[in-house]
Design a protein around this ligand. Structure first.
Ligand code: NAP
Ligand code: G4F
Length: 330
């Protein structure tokens, strides 16, 4: 049985990846930080096949212990402070977890080494690294210009992964993933904030949706498609970096409009208010990825369109809100 160790297993991607790898016959180990992390219990209930290991990306010895114990064939480093506004409020924490955490994970792999074969390492790089974009669409050789402490930390993580590949011959790759969403997306991110609010407005338990920059444009895909790409990258003969994106860009306003339409509400402007509280000190205005290398080399394709993604998320949030109201009435 192949063995995989995942950091960030309680997050959106960690959960989909754990299910995906389990479905392919892997033994799955997951790193969870904290001494009584409530998300660990929820994860164990939903995915009893995962063996949870207490460790933290800020603590090298705990990562070495996790690698020694799990003896993985593949390590997926998805753990991070991943919410951009938090990175402005806690830049040092972000640099430590999202940036230096990658270095610590690579060191743990280098020091412990593989069972029979070298351990293969996946780093969750991000389109946020392109920031104030130098060209459009962005591909693997587009220069980085990060716009947040999160983006800067991801550039460090990306470059240190390249360096460990070149300096020590580690099998280490980075997926430069553009935004990907799902019903498991955290409520703090704009897509899920919108679909959850639209559902609550539809069932009349919320009055308005308060947002920041409606003009920002993102290349939004579906998370399950993106975790499949992570695994595909680690199955190649040679380690390399890949952009994963849909090649389409939409504004936050378009997302809002489609979400209200999906819930059967036409006049979305009546419910939406812009509050400068949700604006960032510096934002990424527009992102659009060029996934042609992933198409050509990995044979990867996105399967969920923008419209279907919005619909899928609204329907799931609406179903959950209706179920919650039904159970309260019982
Ligand atoms: P997410 O839902 O925010 O999950 C982040 C995970 O990191 C959580 O499981 C969290 O654990 C864990 N974590 C936080 N601090 C940690 C620490 N000190 N030690 C170990 N783990 C820690 O993120 P996601 O959307 O699944 O994204 C997965 C990865 O891909 C992240 O690295 C993100 O930056 C990157 N990425 C995401 C996207 C996207 O659009 N989703 C795009 C490009 C790149 P607890 O919450 O349990 O503490
Ligand atoms: O959903 P967001 O918070 O995602 P963002 O900043 O693009 O970052 C996500 O994608 C990255 C990949 O490019 C990941 F690396 C990162 O970990 C994370 O998963 O915001 C998207 C856009 C921004 O321009 C923001 O200013 O939506 C705009 N926005 C407008 N109103 C808002 C809001 N964002 C949030 N979170 N909340 C709002 O009320």
């Amino acid at each position: 049985m192949p063995r995989a160790l995942i950091t960030g297993i309680t997050g959106q991607d960690g959960q989909y990846l754990a299910e995906f790898l389990h479905g392919r016959g892997y033994d799955v180990f997951g790193v969870v930080p904290g001494q009584a992390n409530p998300r660990a219990d929820a994860l164990q209930e939903e995915m009893p096949f995962v063996e949870v290991l207490g460790a933290d990306l800020q603590d090298l010895s705990s990562l070495i212990a996790a690698v020694e114990y799990s003896q993985p064939d593949e390590v997926y480093n998805l753990g991070a402070i991943s919410f951009v506004p938090l990175s402005f409020r806690q830049p040092e924490l972000t640099a430590n977890v999202t940036g230096l955490g990658v270095l610590r994970m690579l060191e743990a792999i280098r020091v412990v080494g593989g069972r029979d074969n070298p351990i293969r390492f996946y780093q969750a790089s991000s389109s946020e690294m392109f920031g104030k974009v130098r060209e459009s669409p962005q591909n693997e050789s587009t220069p980085f210009y990060p716009r947040s402490p999160y983006g800067v930390a991801k550039v460090f993580g990306h470059q240190i992964t390249v360096n460990y590949r070149e300096a020590y011959g580690l099998y280490a790759v980075s997926g430069i993933l553009f935004n990907h969403e799902s019903p498991r997306r955290g409520l703090e991110f704009v897509t899920r904030k919108i679909t959850n609010s639209v559902a609550r407005i539809k069932v009349e338990i919320q009055e308005e949706l308060v947002l920041g920059n409606l003009e920002a444009r993102r290349d939004w895909g579906y998370a399950e498609d993106y975790v499949r790409a992570m695994w595909m990258m680690l199955q190649q003969a040679e380690p390399d970096d890949y952009v994963i994106a849909t090649g389409e860009s939409h504004s936050v306003e378009e997302f809002v409009e489609r979400a209200f339409t999906a819930a059967g509400i036409d006049d979305w402007r009546r419910f939406v208010r812009v509050d400068p509280r949700f604006l960032r000190p510096s934002d990424v205005d527009t992102l659009i990825g060029d996934p042609s290398k992933a198409r050509r080399v990995l044979g990867w394709e996105p399967t969920v369109s923008f419209d279907d993604l919005v619909r899928l998320m609204v329907e799931r949030d609406l179903g959950a809100e209706r179920e919650r109201l039904r159970s309260l009435a019982r």
